[in-house]
Design a protein around this ligand. Structure first.
Ligand code: NAD
Length: 467
């Protein structure tokens, strides 16, 4: 009989780890401004010194083009870290609150305090950014933190484990590597917050595990992000920005990448031609040979995408691309015109370089199509029509929204990043990360003066008359 493989990180180890980190947190070590800053500076130094290694790991896991890897992972994480370093003092300040005359004399404030020991479970598509950005938030807020990167990007996972060990305080910041068993064991423990990034299916598992301990969660999930394209747009800019938010964004393997386009029937051929032209400008005549597009992360992810493409309902509707190479795990930028509503490409999140285009008689009809699906993580609109912009903002519910561009809302300082309904709950980025990993303690200060007898029994008619 084949011996059952024991998980590397089992329940016993998870129990010990949480116990150890809780002890460290209870010592108060992670709460000081100095500790938080030193760890954030450690991350900044690590990103500066290990940029090459990070880009190499991303090449191994995803063939992510160097420039894309730098822009979307290294540079983004660096700016998140420097924002935290710059703003931390301000974020940690208690917020004064006015009190009412009825409790005079008194003063009140909201004091942010760390939650304790927190767990970050991350995913493979932007394995550095989506691991380190939540960790930056958890550290800023003064927590001890355990990171569980995704096993699907093994080079990134192993590099993260090594780097965090070398650059950060190991007594309060740890990395667990592994797959489902190594995530299940820690999920049985009591954490003070869990931030999970990944699919809604696993999001439900995480939330059910957290509920056993009444642990709050931030769930960063996905969904089908639509891009509605009106007639009166700057065609070239629209096409370029859609490509930037799909094929030039990890080959569409991004939670906020454009999942499908909706446009007017008569405009669809013009839009397809513009996309074709710009795709050729970006990736050349043979995009399968392009070094500027990531590959599909694994054979099983590749097989899932091929299944979407090969479905009878859509295979004759491919107007661009469709080439696939199993050896290289590459799929060419593919456009499917008028994909039927009940086809798999329109039913599930694509998470790859396939773009269905749905056509409508009136652009407003797009609203019902979007509303018939679970609320997306991002919704895009390209138009010069002010009324349409207003209607879109008012009527479409999504985690985030961007008018006349794609994905840039995520890097806009001051905006929270998170989903709604099936696309997630809670949010993070910048101050929102700090808040997400803090408890806002409400404090009222009183003196012994002004002790009115009105509030105390006996409740005489004289007292009632005074109220
Ligand atoms: P996934 O849910 O399969 O994996 C993510 C993490 O969960 C990994 O660390 C993995 O080890 C762990 N995991 C997997 N199965 C598990 C189980 N049964 N029990 C416990 N842990 C388990 O997600 P994925 O396929 O890596 O990611 C794709 C999804 O993530 C898409 O829907 C995408 O839109 C979404 N996503 C969201 C964001 C965001 O920021 N909102 C970012 C990237 C991806």
């Amino acid at each position: 009989m084949e011996e059952e493989k024991k998980p590397i990180f089992d329940k016993e180890k998870a129990t010990l780890l949480v116990k150890e980190l809780r002890k460290r947190f209870d010592s108060g070590k992670t709460k000081s401004y100095e500790w938080r800053i030193s760890q954030l500076e450690g991350i900044a130094k690590m990103l500066e010194e290990k940029e090459k290694e990070i880009i190499t790991a991303l090449d191994k896991d995803l063939s992510k083009p160097g420039t894309e890897a730098f822009m979307s992972e290294v540079s983004q994480t660096k700016s998140s870290c420097s924002e935290a370093i710059k703003e931390l003092k301000q974020w940690m300040k208690p917020e004064k609150v006015k009190t009412s005359i009825t409790i005079y004399p008194s003063s009140a404030e909201i004091v942010p305090e760390p939650l304790g020991v927190v767990l970050v479970i991350s995913t493979w598509n932007f394995p550095f950014l989506l691991s380190l950005d939540p960790v930056i938030g958890a550290i800023s807020a003064g927590n001890a933190v355990v990171l569980k990167p995704s096993e699907i990007a093994p080079a990134a996972s192993s590099l993260l484990a090594n780097l965090l060990k070398n650059y950060l305080d190991n007594s309060a910041i740890r990395v667990i590597e592994g797959a489902v068993p190594e995530t299940t064991a820690p999920l049985e423990q009591k954490w003070d917050k869990i931030l999970y990034t990944g699919s809604a299916r696993v999001g439900r598992i995480v939330m059910a595990a957290a509920a056993k301990h009444l642990t709050p969660v931030i769930l960063e999930l996905g969904g089908k992000c639509p891009a509605v394209v009106d007639l009166n747009v700057n065609l070239q800019v629209t096409a370029r920005r859609i490509i930037a938010g799909k094929w030039a964004c990890n080959s569409g393997q991004a939670c906020i990448s454009v999942d499908y386009i909706i446009t007017k029937k008569e405009f669809a051929p013009t839009l397809v031609n513009a996309l074709k032209e710009e795709l050729e400008q970006f990736f050349g005549k043979d995009p399968m040979e392009s070094k500027d597009m990531s590959r599909i992360v694994s054979l099983s992810h590749f097989a899932r995408l091929v299944k979407l493409l090969d479905e009878d309902k859509v295979s004759d509707k491919i107007v661009l691309g469709g080439q696939k190479d199993e050896k290289q795990l590459k799929i060419a930028p593919t456009i499917i015109l008028d994909a039927p509503e009940d086809s798999m490409v329109m039913q599930e999140e694509i998470f790859g370089p396939i773009m269905p285009i749905i056509t409508v008689d009136n652009i407003e009809d797009s609203f019902n199509i979007i509303k018939s699906k679970p609320k997306p993580l991002a919704a895009y609109l390209f138009t010069n029509n002010e009324q349409l912009k207003k209607d879109y903002v008012e009527n479409i519910s999504s985690g985030g929204m961007l008018i006349n561009d794609t994905i840039l809302h995520v890097v806009t300082r001051g905006l929270p990043f998170g989903g709604v309904e099936e696309s997630g709950m809670g949010s993070y980025h910048g101050k929102f990360s700090f808040d997400g990993f803090s408890h806002k303690k409400a404090i009222l200060y009183r003196t012994f003066g002004g002790d009115s007898s009105l509030r105390y029994p006996p409740y005489t008619p004289e007292k009632q008359n005074l109220l």
